[in-house]
Design a protein around this ligand. Structure first.
Ligand code: FES
Length: 109
């Protein structure tokens, strides 16, 4: 009987570059929405996986895509580890990097 129910983490930690900050993401919550709720200035626009503005590189850890990223990202970007933060939940602690493509990134949380 013991061991039938596997203990799972209720939260994961996301380390976010270039800010060098760590935030806690509840299991099942999307990375972008949780980060925005916690005050992270993460570039975004549509929040539904169609604009690509939230494109983020996963340096380590595992995410679970909520849509097929291939509709927005090209095969090379996906191969390199890019994801859409607005359509990603976490499967582990992660270390991610937001590409430096906007002046807004110079701000902090
Ligand atoms: S905010 Fe538009 S794809 Fe994520």
């Amino acid at each position: 009987m013991l061991g039938v129910f596997k203990k799972t983490a209720a939260t994961y930690v996301a380390r976010i570059e270039p800010f060098g900050i760590e935030i806690t993401i509840p299991k099942g919550q999307r990375l972008l929405s949780s980060a925005l709720t916690q005050g992270v200035k993460w570039p975004h626009r549509c929040k539904v996986g169609s604009c690509g503005t939230c494109k983020t590189l996963v340096l380590s850890g595992e995410i679970k895509p909520q849509i097929n990223f291939g509709y927005v990202l090209d095969a090379e970007e996906i191969e390199q580890g890019y994801i859409l933060a607005c359509q990603s939940t976490l499967k582990s602690d992660v270390h991610v990097s937001i590409p430096p493509r906007t002046k807004k990134l110079k701000g902090k949380i």
